[in-house]
Design a protein around this ligand. Sequence first.
Ligand code: RP5
Length: 162
Amino acid sequence: MKKVGLIMGSDSDLPIVQKAASVLKELGIPYEAHVYSAHRTPAEARDWTLAARDEGFGVIIAFAGMAAHLAGAIAANTTLPVIGVPCKSAALDGMDALLSTVMMPSGIPVATVAIDGGKNAALLAAEILALSDEELAQALIARREAESAAVLKKDSGIADRL
Ligand code: RP5
């Protein structure tokens, strides 16, 4: 199976990266994590990205806060699918990173998930890999069914809580 690259702009993004890593682990998807900043280590971020396809990566998830250009900078150097996770910071509550990540100019796509949306980023990466992996596709269907069952269980108990 192809690997997922988890690239964070700073280790302060780690709690959001952990949300993604735990979903990938649960689904048995191999991943590799790095701290590469688009502005502090642009050469390392570029070199890793240029080698990613040959190294067996199928999807890259980029996590960054503030003026978050990491996902876009990575997407500029690969045609692998790049998922951007805007990370919340103190000043603007993540709106800065959300807009910086989602408003990519035409031609270089970044699939942006919610602010601090590490879990959905991993699930989206899994869905992309599942296009060519039937076992993973079935695991995602089973996961959805378990989530539906959990909601229906809450539904059947809600009257007792009112
Ligand atoms: C971004 O700036 C990082 O992705 C992080 O979310 C934010 C703060 O970085 P540090 O101050 O932790 O280095 O580049």
